[in-house]
Design a protein around this ligand. Sequence first.
Ligand code: AHR
Length: 329
Amino acid sequence: MLRKLVALSAAAVLATALSSCGAANNSGGSTSASGGGSDKITLGFSQVGSESGWREANTKSIKESAPAAGIDLKFSDAQQKQENQIAAIRSYIQQKVDVIAFSPVVVTGWDAVLKEAQAAKIPVVLTDRAVDSDPSLYVSFIGSDFVKEGQEVGQWVLDNYKDASAPVNIVELEGTVGAAPAIDRKKGFDDLVKTNPNLKIIASQSGDFTRAKGKEVMQAILKANPKIDLLFAHNDDMGIGAMQAIEEAGKKPGTDIKIVTIDAVHDGMQALADGKFNFIAECSPLLGPQLMDIVKQIKSGQTPEKRIITKETTFTQQQAAEALPNRKY
Ligand code: AHR
Protein backbone atom coordinates (compact mmCIF):
# COMPACT_ATOMS: atom_id res chain seq x y z
CA MET A 1 0.00 0.00 0.00
CA LEU A 2 2.77 2.38 1.02
CA ARG A 3 4.70 1.52 -2.16
CA LYS A 4 1.53 2.31 -4.22
CA LEU A 5 1.14 5.72 -2.50
CA VAL A 6 4.81 6.64 -3.16
CA ALA A 7 4.44 5.66 -6.83
CA LEU A 8 1.24 7.74 -7.20
CA SER A 9 2.71 10.89 -5.62
CA ALA A 10 5.90 10.55 -7.76
CA ALA A 11 3.70 10.41 -10.88
CA ALA A 12 1.79 13.50 -9.71
CA VAL A 13 5.04 15.46 -9.14
CA LEU A 14 6.30 14.47 -12.61
CA ALA A 15 3.02 15.51 -14.25
CA THR A 16 3.09 18.91 -12.53
CA ALA A 17 6.72 19.46 -13.54
CA LEU A 18 5.98 18.62 -17.18
CA SER A 19 2.95 20.86 -17.35
CA SER A 20 4.79 23.86 -15.84
CA CYS A 21 7.65 23.17 -18.25
CA GLY A 22 5.16 23.41 -21.10
CA ALA A 23 3.79 26.65 -19.70
CA ALA A 24 7.33 28.11 -19.57
CA ASN A 25 7.92 27.15 -23.17
CA ASN A 26 4.68 28.77 -24.24
CA SER A 27 5.34 31.97 -22.39
CA GLY A 28 8.87 32.03 -23.81
CA GLY A 29 7.45 31.77 -27.31
CA SER A 30 4.69 34.28 -26.71
CA THR A 31 7.15 37.22 -26.65
CA SER A 32 5.68 37.78 -30.13
CA ALA A 33 4.74 41.46 -30.27
CA SER A 34 1.72 40.59 -32.41
CA GLY A 35 0.33 38.64 -29.50
CA GLY A 36 -0.65 35.76 -31.77
CA GLY A 37 1.43 32.62 -32.31
CA SER A 38 4.92 32.01 -31.08
CA ASP A 39 6.88 34.05 -33.64
CA LYS A 40 8.37 37.46 -32.98
CA ILE A 41 7.76 40.11 -35.63
CA THR A 42 10.90 40.61 -37.72
CA LEU A 43 11.64 44.09 -39.06
CA GLY A 44 14.35 44.67 -41.66
CA PHE A 45 15.61 48.27 -41.51
CA SER A 46 17.96 49.90 -44.03
CA GLN A 47 19.51 53.08 -42.64
CA VAL A 48 20.98 55.82 -44.87
CA GLY A 49 24.36 55.91 -43.12
CA SER A 50 25.96 57.69 -40.18
CA GLU A 51 26.58 61.04 -41.80
CA SER A 52 25.40 63.30 -38.98
CA GLY A 53 24.55 63.65 -35.30
CA TRP A 54 20.91 63.47 -36.36
CA ARG A 55 21.45 60.12 -38.04
CA GLU A 56 23.25 58.70 -34.99
CA ALA A 57 20.33 59.72 -32.77
CA ASN A 58 17.88 58.21 -35.27
CA THR A 59 19.76 54.90 -35.37
CA LYS A 60 19.87 54.79 -31.55
CA SER A 61 16.14 55.46 -31.36
CA ILE A 62 15.36 52.60 -33.78
CA LYS A 63 17.78 50.15 -32.16
CA GLU A 64 16.41 50.86 -28.68
CA SER A 65 12.72 50.86 -29.62
CA ALA A 66 12.71 47.49 -31.39
CA PRO A 67 13.57 45.26 -28.40
CA ALA A 68 11.40 47.44 -26.15
CA ALA A 69 8.47 46.63 -28.46
CA GLY A 70 9.38 42.92 -28.66
CA ILE A 71 10.39 43.25 -32.31
CA ASP A 72 13.34 41.41 -33.80
CA LEU A 73 15.37 44.04 -35.72
CA LYS A 74 17.67 43.35 -38.64
CA PHE A 75 19.64 46.56 -39.23
CA SER A 76 21.99 47.64 -42.00
CA ASP A 77 23.90 50.88 -42.69
CA ALA A 78 24.06 51.82 -46.40
CA GLN A 79 26.87 54.36 -46.01
CA GLN A 80 24.93 56.94 -48.04
CA LYS A 81 24.83 54.64 -51.11
CA GLN A 82 21.55 53.77 -52.83
CA GLU A 83 22.92 50.50 -54.24
CA ASN A 84 23.67 49.34 -50.69
CA GLN A 85 20.12 50.13 -49.62
CA ILE A 86 18.65 48.25 -52.58
CA ALA A 87 20.86 45.24 -51.80
CA ALA A 88 19.78 45.34 -48.12
CA ILE A 89 16.09 45.47 -49.05
CA ARG A 90 16.53 42.55 -51.48
CA SER A 91 18.21 40.55 -48.73
CA TYR A 92 15.31 41.28 -46.34
CA ILE A 93 12.90 40.07 -49.02
CA GLN A 94 14.91 36.83 -49.36
CA GLN A 95 14.93 36.39 -45.59
CA LYS A 96 11.12 36.79 -45.61
CA VAL A 97 11.06 39.42 -42.85
CA ASP A 98 7.57 40.55 -41.76
CA VAL A 99 8.01 44.26 -42.51
CA ILE A 100 10.71 46.31 -44.27
CA ALA A 101 11.43 49.92 -43.30
CA PHE A 102 14.01 52.26 -44.76
CA SER A 103 15.10 55.86 -44.89
CA PRO A 104 15.79 56.44 -48.59
CA VAL A 105 19.08 58.19 -49.33
CA VAL A 106 17.61 59.82 -52.47
CA VAL A 107 14.09 60.32 -53.81
CA THR A 108 14.31 58.51 -57.16
CA GLY A 109 15.10 54.95 -58.30
CA TRP A 110 13.05 52.78 -55.93
CA ASP A 111 10.25 51.43 -58.16
CA ALA A 112 11.82 48.06 -59.01
CA VAL A 113 12.78 47.01 -55.48
CA LEU A 114 9.49 48.26 -54.02
CA LYS A 115 7.61 46.17 -56.59
CA GLU A 116 9.70 43.15 -55.57
CA ALA A 117 8.71 43.66 -51.93
CA GLN A 118 5.07 44.03 -52.92
CA ALA A 119 5.20 40.84 -55.03
CA ALA A 120 6.63 39.03 -51.99
CA LYS A 121 3.75 40.48 -49.89
CA ILE A 122 6.14 42.25 -47.51
CA PRO A 123 4.78 45.64 -46.39
CA VAL A 124 7.19 48.59 -46.62
CA VAL A 125 7.30 51.63 -44.34
CA LEU A 126 9.27 54.77 -45.25
CA THR A 127 10.90 56.60 -42.38
CA ASP A 128 12.37 60.10 -42.41
CA ARG A 129 12.68 60.62 -46.19
CA ALA A 130 10.30 60.38 -49.15
CA VAL A 131 10.50 58.58 -52.51
CA ASP A 132 8.85 59.56 -55.80
CA SER A 133 7.40 56.07 -56.38
CA ASP A 134 3.67 55.31 -56.56
CA PRO A 135 2.34 55.55 -52.97
CA SER A 136 0.62 52.16 -53.40
CA LEU A 137 4.12 50.60 -53.16
CA TYR A 138 4.46 51.48 -49.46
CA VAL A 139 2.09 51.31 -46.53
CA SER A 140 3.05 54.38 -44.53
CA PHE A 141 5.54 57.25 -44.43
CA ILE A 142 6.61 58.70 -41.09
CA GLY A 143 8.85 61.77 -40.91
CA SER A 144 9.20 65.54 -40.94
CA ASP A 145 7.75 68.17 -43.24
CA PHE A 146 11.04 69.33 -44.74
CA VAL A 147 9.49 72.17 -46.79
CA LYS A 148 8.06 73.60 -43.58
CA GLU A 149 11.48 73.41 -41.90
CA GLY A 150 13.01 75.41 -44.77
CA GLN A 151 10.16 77.93 -44.51
CA GLU A 152 10.69 78.35 -40.76
CA VAL A 153 14.32 79.27 -41.31
CA GLY A 154 13.37 81.47 -44.29
CA GLN A 155 10.79 83.29 -42.16
CA TRP A 156 13.42 84.02 -39.49
CA VAL A 157 15.64 85.53 -42.20
CA LEU A 158 12.74 87.61 -43.61
CA ASP A 159 11.85 88.90 -40.14
CA ASN A 160 15.42 89.70 -39.13
CA TYR A 161 16.34 91.50 -42.35
CA LYS A 162 13.03 93.22 -43.10
CA ASP A 163 14.58 96.67 -42.63
CA ALA A 164 17.81 95.93 -44.55
CA SER A 165 18.51 98.71 -47.02
CA ALA A 166 21.70 97.16 -48.50
CA PRO A 167 21.91 93.71 -50.13
CA VAL A 168 22.25 90.79 -47.69
CA ASN A 169 24.58 88.10 -49.07
CA ILE A 170 23.41 84.59 -48.23
CA VAL A 171 25.28 81.28 -48.62
CA GLU A 172 23.32 78.03 -48.66
CA LEU A 173 24.92 74.68 -47.79
CA GLU A 174 22.63 72.02 -49.24
CA GLY A 175 22.23 68.43 -48.08
CA THR A 176 22.91 65.29 -50.14
CA VAL A 177 22.10 65.86 -53.82
CA GLY A 178 18.74 64.28 -54.70
CA ALA A 179 17.73 63.65 -51.05
CA ALA A 180 14.24 64.73 -49.99
CA PRO A 181 15.42 67.02 -47.15
CA ALA A 182 17.88 68.80 -49.46
CA ILE A 183 15.26 69.37 -52.17
CA ASP A 184 12.43 70.37 -49.82
CA ARG A 185 14.41 72.56 -47.42
CA LYS A 186 15.89 74.47 -50.37
CA LYS A 187 12.44 75.02 -51.84
CA GLY A 188 10.90 76.14 -48.55
CA PHE A 189 13.76 78.56 -47.82
CA ASP A 190 14.47 79.94 -51.32
CA ASP A 191 10.81 80.61 -52.18
CA LEU A 192 10.35 82.75 -49.06
CA VAL A 193 13.68 84.55 -49.18
CA LYS A 194 13.15 85.49 -52.85
CA THR A 195 10.16 87.62 -51.82
CA ASN A 196 12.61 90.26 -50.50
CA PRO A 197 14.84 91.52 -53.38
CA ASN A 198 17.51 92.65 -50.89
CA LEU A 199 18.17 89.05 -49.86
CA LYS A 200 20.65 87.51 -52.33
CA ILE A 201 21.65 83.84 -52.36
CA ILE A 202 25.19 84.30 -53.72
CA ALA A 203 26.30 80.63 -53.43
CA SER A 204 24.43 77.35 -52.98
CA GLN A 205 26.35 74.06 -52.88
CA SER A 206 26.01 70.57 -51.42
CA GLY A 207 27.94 69.64 -48.26
CA ASP A 208 26.39 66.14 -48.26
CA PHE A 209 24.98 66.63 -44.72
CA THR A 210 28.46 66.04 -43.20
CA ARG A 211 30.60 68.23 -40.96
CA ALA A 212 33.79 67.63 -42.98
CA LYS A 213 32.20 68.50 -46.33
CA GLY A 214 30.42 71.50 -44.81
CA LYS A 215 33.77 72.87 -43.68
CA GLU A 216 35.52 72.16 -46.98
CA VAL A 217 32.79 73.76 -49.11
CA MET A 218 32.55 76.80 -46.81
CA GLN A 219 36.34 77.33 -46.94
CA ALA A 220 36.14 77.60 -50.75
CA ILE A 221 33.07 79.86 -50.62
CA LEU A 222 34.75 82.17 -48.07
CA LYS A 223 37.80 82.53 -50.34
CA ALA A 224 35.64 83.43 -53.34
CA ASN A 225 33.25 85.79 -51.50
CA PRO A 226 34.70 88.51 -49.26
CA LYS A 227 31.26 89.69 -48.06
CA ILE A 228 28.96 87.02 -46.60
CA ASP A 229 26.23 88.08 -44.17
CA LEU A 230 24.38 84.84 -43.49
CA LEU A 231 24.78 81.09 -43.89
CA PHE A 232 21.83 78.70 -44.16
CA ALA A 233 23.06 75.11 -43.63
CA HIS A 234 20.52 72.33 -44.30
CA ASN A 235 21.68 70.58 -41.10
CA ASP A 236 23.58 71.32 -37.89
CA ASP A 237 26.63 69.24 -38.83
CA MET A 238 27.34 71.22 -42.01
CA GLY A 239 26.70 74.40 -40.00
CA ILE A 240 29.32 73.35 -37.44
CA GLY A 241 31.87 72.50 -40.15
CA ALA A 242 31.20 75.90 -41.76
CA MET A 243 31.43 77.60 -38.37
CA GLN A 244 34.97 76.20 -37.97
CA ALA A 245 35.88 77.47 -41.46
CA ILE A 246 34.52 80.94 -40.56
CA GLU A 247 36.56 81.03 -37.32
CA GLU A 248 39.70 79.90 -39.14
CA ALA A 249 39.12 82.73 -41.65
CA GLY A 250 39.28 85.17 -38.71
CA LYS A 251 35.55 85.95 -38.59
CA LYS A 252 33.05 85.59 -35.76
CA PRO A 253 30.25 83.07 -36.45
CA GLY A 254 26.88 84.31 -35.20
CA THR A 255 28.01 87.95 -35.44
CA ASP A 256 30.09 88.66 -38.58
CA ILE A 257 28.31 85.85 -40.40
CA LYS A 258 24.96 84.75 -38.99
CA ILE A 259 24.25 80.99 -39.11
CA VAL A 260 20.80 79.39 -39.36
CA THR A 261 20.37 75.62 -39.57
CA ILE A 262 18.01 72.64 -39.22
CA ASP A 263 18.04 69.63 -36.82
CA ALA A 264 18.62 70.88 -33.21
CA VAL A 265 20.98 68.04 -32.24
CA HIS A 266 23.17 68.58 -29.18
CA ASP A 267 26.19 70.20 -30.89
CA GLY A 268 23.96 72.53 -32.91
CA MET A 269 22.02 73.54 -29.81
CA GLN A 270 25.30 74.18 -27.97
CA ALA A 271 26.52 76.44 -30.80
CA LEU A 272 23.18 78.27 -30.68
CA ALA A 273 23.31 78.70 -26.89
CA ASP A 274 26.93 79.94 -27.25
CA GLY A 275 25.83 82.63 -29.73
CA LYS A 276 27.67 81.05 -32.70
CA PHE A 277 24.44 79.98 -34.42
CA ASN A 278 21.44 82.31 -34.63
CA PHE A 279 18.39 80.09 -35.19
CA ILE A 280 17.55 76.38 -35.62
CA ALA A 281 14.41 74.68 -36.95
CA GLU A 282 14.03 71.31 -35.25
CA CYS A 283 13.95 67.99 -37.13
CA SER A 284 13.27 65.17 -34.68
CA PRO A 285 15.24 61.92 -35.13
CA LEU A 286 13.29 60.04 -32.44
CA LEU A 287 11.18 58.04 -34.88
CA GLY A 288 11.79 54.59 -33.34
CA PRO A 289 8.75 54.22 -31.03
CA GLN A 290 6.30 55.41 -33.72
CA LEU A 291 7.85 53.09 -36.29
CA MET A 292 7.44 50.09 -33.97
CA ASP A 293 3.78 51.04 -33.40
CA ILE A 294 3.20 51.13 -37.15
CA VAL A 295 4.88 47.73 -37.60
CA LYS A 296 2.62 46.25 -34.91
CA GLN A 297 -0.47 47.83 -36.47
CA ILE A 298 0.39 46.32 -39.84
CA LYS A 299 0.96 42.86 -38.36
CA SER A 300 -2.32 42.96 -36.47
CA GLY A 301 -4.22 43.72 -39.68
CA GLN A 302 -4.79 47.44 -39.07
CA THR A 303 -4.09 50.11 -41.68
CA PRO A 304 -1.71 52.78 -40.33
CA GLU A 305 -2.05 56.37 -41.49
CA LYS A 306 -0.44 56.87 -44.88
CA ARG A 307 1.49 59.99 -43.84
CA ILE A 308 2.52 60.71 -40.26
CA ILE A 309 4.21 64.08 -39.80
CA THR A 310 6.61 64.48 -36.88
CA LYS A 311 5.86 67.26 -34.38
CA GLU A 312 8.68 69.80 -34.21
CA THR A 313 9.55 73.29 -32.97
CA THR A 314 12.13 76.05 -33.51
CA PHE A 315 14.85 77.49 -31.26
CA THR A 316 16.30 80.96 -30.68
CA GLN A 317 19.58 81.37 -28.77
CA GLN A 318 17.80 81.84 -25.46
CA GLN A 319 15.43 78.91 -26.04
CA ALA A 320 18.43 76.68 -26.86
CA ALA A 321 20.16 77.62 -23.59
CA GLU A 322 16.97 76.75 -21.69
CA ALA A 323 16.34 73.47 -23.55
CA LEU A 324 19.90 72.11 -23.56
CA PRO A 325 20.01 70.57 -20.06
CA ASN A 326 17.03 68.32 -20.83
CA ARG A 327 17.85 67.55 -24.45
CA LYS A 328 17.96 63.79 -25.15
CA TYR A 329 20.27 63.93 -28.18
O1 AHR B 1 16.83 63.19 -43.40
C1 AHR B 1 17.12 63.93 -42.27
C2 AHR B 1 18.42 64.62 -42.44
O2 AHR B 1 19.42 63.68 -42.69
C3 AHR B 1 18.91 65.40 -41.24
O3 AHR B 1 18.48 66.71 -41.20
C4 AHR B 1 20.37 65.37 -41.49
O4 AHR B 1 21.14 65.78 -40.40
C5 AHR B 1 20.53 63.95 -41.86
O5 AHR B 1 21.73 63.60 -42.36
